[in-house]
Write a protein that binds this ligand. Structure first.
Ligand code: HPA
Length: 270
């Protein structure tokens, strides 16, 4: 990555910036999709923006999250790299609750979400290349630093995104398993796509808090040990997202067949 890094970001749920000693300042960004509140911390290298995708007071359920506003706010703040966390249920029996999985592919079963910045009209058309949905350089650095930090991360996994807010039925989970899904969550899509549309480097770690529907009699959310696991993951993410020498990747070049907007930009600009 040779481009200038202005700021980096971590996207997560509640407690996204809960680290002892970390001081953050609240900021509201007025985006074309509405105001988005974030927390910003000044660290030794790049300022880090923390975004709770559900809103600072967890006001948006998964199907009503302002995904476009969230990503637009990060872009407007000059963010070029994002690491995200997802709470998930485990489908793959080799990934019990408590596992951390570096996602490398997605199945999208959401509906009714505003899933693109390219809605025609002034914003033009573009088709996003998704052969490598997550930034390989960020993924590789995460895995390398996790080994040093002795934090076990599964190096790959397919994330199926459901619309929620209900959990899945056992038959749905059997279907997703047949399609190759390892974990299931409700928030990864369209977040990853929107990041790619903006040329932001994006990688995500899923943390499993339950077996998916049908694996046990009833879904049981595991709470023991999860807050400490998330703190360790957050420390690792903070180090990774600020790495100085990431290898080259093609995230900044994911748009294909762009129809220039009326302003002639040829690329969506905020
Ligand atoms: N299904 C969907 N989303 C989830 C789950 C699940 O089992 N667990 C945590 N988020």
């Amino acid at each position: 990555m040779s481009e200038t890094v202005e700021r980096v970001a971590i996207i997560g749920g509640t407690g996204v910036s809960d680290l002892p000693g970390l001081i953050t300042e609240r900021q509201v960004v007025d985006t074309p999709y509405g105001p988005v509140a974030v927390l910003v911390a000044q660290t030794e290298r790049y300022p880090v923006v923390f975004l709770n995708r559900h809103g600072l007071n967890r006001e948006h359920p998964p199907h009503r999250i302002n995904y476009r506003g969230n990503l637009a706010a990060l872009r407007m703040l000059g963010v070029t790299r994002v690491l995200a966390t997802y709470a998930v249920g485990s489908i793959n029996r080799a990934l019990p609750p408590g596992s951390l999985i570096v996602i490398d592919d997605y199945l999208d079963f959401t509906s009714g979400r505003s899933a693109t910045f390219f809605d025609g009209g002034d914003t033009g058309h573009a088709y996003t290349e998704m052969s490598t949905p997550c930034c390989p350089a960020l993924r590789a650095r995460l895995l390398a630093l996790a080994t040093q930090a002795d934090l076990p991360l599964h190096p790959s996994g397919v994330y199926v995104c459901t619309n929620g807010p209900r959990f899945e039925t056992p038959a749905e989970i059997r279907m997703y398993a047949q399609l190759g899904a390892d974990v299931v969550g409700m928030t990864g899509m369209p977040e990853v796509t929107l990041a790619r549309e903006l040329g932001i480097h994006y990688a995500a770690v899923a943390y499993s808090i339950n077996w998916a529907a049908g694996i046990e009699d009833q879904i049981q959310i595991v709470r023991d040990g999860i807050p400490e696991l998330l703190r360790r993951l957050l420390r690792l993410m903070l180090e990774t997202v600020q790495a100085d020498d990431l290898s080259p990747c093609r995230c900044a070049d994911a748009l294909m067949m762009v129809t220039p907007s009326r302003e002639g930009g040829g690329r969506y600009r905020l």
